[in-house]
Design a protein. Structure first.
Length: 1059
């Protein structure tokens, strides 16, 4: 390794270089006001008058024409919201603008701001919440602050024993030893779930053995396994913030107080003068791998019952079993915090975003109960008359069961006669356990015709395979590969549970400059081709015989798939069209009156004369300029219209791209990312090396659980509402999230804002209702309910935060903001908000301590590493060395990700393999993502959900190399590993090391939504760069600070905010 231990340069003695590549430093005030979420800020999107807060919900990416609803009557639209307070405009405090924030590189000691300035500064930092009801300087009165602190905190006992001398010894971590934290670093205080939670409104949760039978239409196995009460509730003692050895109410970052860190922070002029090189112990800063391990140790293998309101679930990385007892499983909904602040003022003060990440079709493990389906027949689902919320555990039955009060809007509704049931002595319906909609957090309703387009029942969806047969795709062998694969793959189309065959219809199109449609009607002996060469007015030349049942037309289809590669074998056509291909797909679905999905296999930028023709607009000179954002903005016009057409028809577009050069990913991927589709990219596709990788993606894609023609509405109890949505979605208005399709991997991140005061007693309730068409063509409503706590204590909020969910929100909001603002501004906002969130905690929730000590909320102690990693991702880093298409691709992919995926992407797993216990079933524990943790004699697997690397240290033992690669030593491996035979799959060898490694990789690939191509890199090879950019704790290869530097920087910002 290039260095042992961390050699610290006091961060403030340098100009920018310490922060590695954010040229202007983080600290300077952005010249422009800030972006979307962070604000409802003035001027963020469409520019409102300067100085006015935007009262309305933030924009949604596409312009919002008047709502054109295609659902009628009492569908999900055209509903009156309960009265909300219109947000009054208020004078805008130019955030980050005025406060005397020193630029990062300032060498001069800061003059402490006056008390009033502090207030202003804190106020001005408050970006998070829309319309402040009062001047900002009053939002944070000191008296208020004085009342707050230590509400639930034990006395300070700054937990970390000093590490000895300022030079904390040369802790060189040549061998990864993640399980043995250094002395004084018991990071994982027990999470603070107990005590604060209380069951959702209504009677206490059922004891064991409830849920015996279900009402009409219920299916699935009856009864739940016995559930011990209070699995996670109640075991926590008292305030519960401080873990063993942890300081006070927060996490006093062990080591942060230590002399090693203290030096730089206490630095006055003297320190600055001569930068003494000090070694800092990298183990002393909060570790993500440790946090993950601790949560797994504490909550892994347990049953998580959802009967407690505001309960913080185990981490996404922890293995646990969910038992639905009235709130949606965290697999469906995860929140940035499980305790909302009662007032908008508090929310504004802390700037912690209030958001829920909803993955409505999340895959649940086999040992968890699938969703029950409730069928009320022609009556349809029971709803609140006023807010239209669906029957759920938050409805309170009164008046002997004749009426119910809505938990969302308090409206009292009559119970329809068919639904009447008596109440027991506790006021609960006696059929409570028999009806999923009364007792569960998640369930489905069969929808009536009212919920169908034009009051006509829906049809099963269709999958259309559209293959680019231009020269590049034919020559690479791709066309033949696809056709071969489809013959078997089409037998695996998704089907309803228990159904014998799939009802999904299939159709086939090939194209280059013109389109070829195929008639594959079962009655035909041979498939028939019909050519459409008029690209300007796309139409589908045949109705009957284009979309067919695979089983019925199997022989004709196989015949076609045999013929296609030969038909185009001699093609010279290198130009392609693209937009007309999508148009053709939509027209076909329209003609068949069904929803569906297009699988488009495309090679190059569409340059043929046709609508949607694109040109190369990749310009590296724009990087790090104001115009960089234009690289990521899709071409407007036709593609925008196509998205709308697709959404209106329930047509999702999955794009498989095989480019050998720039293809304008930002535009080509645009329709997919507005239709719940996925974009897969295989640059410089080579059959032998990438074929299997592509096929696994295709197989996953065709088989995955999916719903079509979906529209989602998130309802909330009074006092707050959903204001912004991030995902592969389309918004025609501000409330209805339209998704042409939504599959098991797609998540929508929903941000909430206050419009009134929330009550601690009733909490904050939310209901996500998703109306969609199943793969067999049934119209259904999928309901997910979640109840959160509300508190007037910010400490409760910080205690109930979830870092993984927070970072999902920040990733999506930043990736959207970069379309409208310079990257530098976006990065500055991220840093500033990080500092602000942590400063507010320090100010309001932590015990008093030396300013030199960095104190982080326990639940957010690794937030800085994720945030720093986010800023170093390709889209945000602004480096000319990265491909514009790759950056655009990552940007688009992240927008639809759930919490698991963003967590893994921003903190990859780095697993040491050289000393794994082959006899054990347990996987080796991951180590921190830093070069520090690599060893010359080691072998490591690194994985982030998109890339998979096997890294070989240059001193790897011959035995290890032999056991995995079947060659005597590293020297015997080919010099160019990219060409080597085992590049995409390791040799199958009959020894324990090989078996274990291969099964590990197989299991990984199985778990992830996308396939990953295994890349083997040797230490010091050129390709090692690709690997090293994922070592997120280190300084970024393309710019961006190391974790340590970032933490120092953030700490300094926090101190600036607090002084
Ligand atoms: Zn209501």
């Amino acid at each position: 390794m290039s260095q042992q231990g961390y050699v610290a340069t006091p961060p403030y003695s340098q100009a920018q270089s310490g922060m590695g590549g954010y040229p202007a430093g983080f600290g300077s005030a952005p010249s422009q006001p800030l972006y979307g979420h962070y604000g409802g800020q003035p001027q963020s999107f469409p520019v409102p008058p300067t100085g006015m807060m935007k009262p309305a919900p933030p924009p949604t990416g596409l312009p919002s024409p008047p709502a054109s609803s295609h659902y009628i009557s009492n569908g999900q639209q055209n509903e009156a919201h309960p009265p909300r307070y219109a947000a009054p405009p208020a004078a805008a405090a130019s955030p980050y603008g005025q406060p005397p924030q020193s630029p990062y590189h300032s060498m001069s000691p800061q003059a402490p701001p006056q008390a009033q300035q502090v207030t202003n500064q804190m106020g001005a930092m408050n970006l998070g919440y829309g319309p402040p009801p009062a001047p900002i300087s009053q939002a944070l009165p000191t008296s208020h602050l004085a009342q707050q602190p230590f509400h639930s905190a034990p006395p300070p006992a700054m937990g970390h024993p000093p590490l000895g001398s300022p030079c904390t010894g040369p802790q060189s971590h040549r061998m990864p030893s993640p399980q043995s934290p250094p002395a004084g670093q018991p990071m994982g205080g027990p999470p603070s779930m107990g005590g604060m939670g209380r069951p959702y409104p209504g009677p206490p949760p059922p004891g064991a053995g409830g849920f015996q039978q279900f009402g009409p239409g219920a299916e699935g196995q009856p009864g739940y396994p016995q559930q011990p009460q209070g699995q996670f509730g109640g075991q926590m003692a008292g305030p519960g913030m401080a873990g063993p050895g942890m300081a006070g109410p927060g996490m006093a970052g062990p080591g942060m107080a230590g002399p090693g860190m203290a030096g730089p922070f206490q630095g006055g002029a003297a320190q600055m003068a001569g930068p003494p090189q000090k070694k800092l112990d990298p183990d002393s800063i909060p570790s993500t791998t440790q946090v993950i391990e601790d949560d797994q140790a504490k909550r892994g293998g347990q049953v998580y019952a959802t009967n407690v309101r505001g309960q913080v679930p185990p981490l996404v990385t922890t293995n646990f079993t969910v038992q639905d007892q009235g709130n949606a499983s965290p697999r469906y909904m995860r929140c940035t915090t499980y305790s909302f602040p009662c007032t908008a003022d508090l929310a504004k003060q802390c700037q912690v975003p209030l958001a829920t990440i909803i993955k409505p079709f999340a895959t649940v493990p086999k040992n968890e109960t699938p969703l029950y389906v409730v069928n009320h027949g022609e009556a349809g689902p029971i709803r609140c008359n006023r807010c239209k919320a669906y029957m759920c555990p938050y409805m309170q039955f009164i008046d002997g069961g004749r009426r119910f009060q809505c938990g969302f809007c308090s409206c009292v509704n009559e119970v329809p006669a068919f639904y009447f049931q008596h109440l027991d002595h506790m006021g609960r319906r006696v059929d409570f356990y028999e009806r999923p909609e009364l007792s569960l957090g998640s369930y489905e309703f069969v929808a009536t015709l009212d919920y169908c387009k034009n009051n006509k029942s829906a049809s099963p969806p269709a999958y259309i395979f559209m293959i680019d047969v231009s020269y590049a795709n034919v020559k690479s062998g791709l066309v033949r590969l696809i056709c071969e694969e489809l013959k078997t793959l089409l037998d695996n189309l998704p089907r309803e549970e228990g159904a014998e065959s799939s009802t999904v219809k299939v159709g086939f199109v090939t194209y280059n400059k013109i389109l070829h449609f195929y008639n594959v009607k079962s009655a035909l002996a041979q498939p028939q081709m019909m050519v459409v060469s008029d690209m300007a007015e796309m139409f589908v030349p045949l109705l009957d015989g284009f979309l067919v049942n695979f089983q019925e037309s199997c022989s004709v289809i196989n015949n076609l798939l045999d013929q296609i590669p030969d038909m185009f074998a001699d093609t010279n056509e290198s130009e392609t069209v693209f937009a007309p291909v999508i148009q053709a797909g939509v027209e076909a679905l329209k003609a068949a009156e069904c929803s569906g999905k297009l699988f488009i296999f495309h090679s190059s930028i569409p340059t043929a004369e046709a609508p949607g023709k694109l040109k190369n607009r990749d310009d590296k000179k724009l990087i790090n300029t104001e115009k960089e954002k234009t690289l990521f903005q899709p071409q407007k016009g036709l593609y925008e219209q196509l998205s709308k057409d697709c959404v209106a028809q329930g047509c999702s577009v999955d794009l498989f791209l095989f480019p050998s050069q720039y293809v304008d990913m930002a535009t080509m991927g645009d329709v997919s990312t507005h239709t719940g589709g996925t974009v897969h990219k295989y640059s410089n596709f080579q059959l032998e090396l990438d074929g299997e990788h592509f096929l696994s993606d295709l197989r996953k894609d065709v088989r995955k659980a999916i719903g079509f023609d979906a529209i989602m509405r998130v309802r909330t109890s009074t006092g707050f509402r959903a204001t912004d949505f991030f995902g592969a979605v389309h918004m025609n208005n501000t409330t209805d999230v339209e998704m042409a399709a939504v599959d098991c991997d797609k998540a929508v991140t929903v941000e909430f804002k206050h419009d009134d005061t929330l009550s601690e007693e009733t909490g904050a309730l939310m209901q996500c209702a998703l109306l969609y068409t199943t793969i067999s063509g049934q119209r259904r409503l999928r309901i997910h309910n979640l109840s959160l706590n509300c508190s007037s204590q910010l400490s409760e909020l910080y205690k109930s935060c979830e870092t993984d969910a927070l970072i999902n929100f920040f990733a999506k909001s930043a990736y959207r903001a970069m379309l409208n603002q310079p990257l530098k501004t976006v990065r500055e906002i991220l840093v500033n908000q990080t500092a602000h969130m942590l400063a507010c905690y320090r100010k309001n929730c932590a015990s008093p301590s030396a300013a030199s000590q960095l104190i982080l909320p326990d639940a957010m102690k690794v937030f800085p590493i994720y945030m720093n990693s986010l800023m170093k991702t390709g889209p945000l880093v602004g480096s000319a060395e990265l491909s514009t298409d790759d950056r655009a691709h990552q940007r688009l992919s992240v927008m639809a990700m759930g919490v698991e995926e963003t967590q893994l992407l921003l903190y990859p797993r780095l697993v040491p393999l050289h000393n794994m216990d082959v006899a054990s079933d347990v996987l080796p524990a991951p180590v921190r993502c830093s070069e520090e943790r690599l060893t010359d004699a080691g072998m490591f697997l690194l994985e982030n959900g998109h890339s998979l690397f096997l890294w070989l240290g240059q001193a790897c033992t011959p035995e290890l190399v032999q056991s995995i690669f079947n060659v005597p030593s590293l020297a015997h491996m080919p010099s160019d590993l990219n060409k080597c035979a085992f590049q995409s799959s390791l040799p199958v060898l009959d020894n324990p090391q090989s078996k274990k490694l291969r099964s590990m990789i197989e299991a990984l690939l199985d778990q992830r939504p996308k396939s990953m191509k295994l890349l083997i890199v040797r230490q010091k090879d050129r390709s090692e760069m690709l690997f090293r950019q994922h070592l997120v704790e280190d300084k970024g290869l393309h710019g961006g600070a190391s974790y340590m530097d970032f933490l120092c920087y953030v700490h300094r910002e926090i101190r600036n905010l607090l002084t």
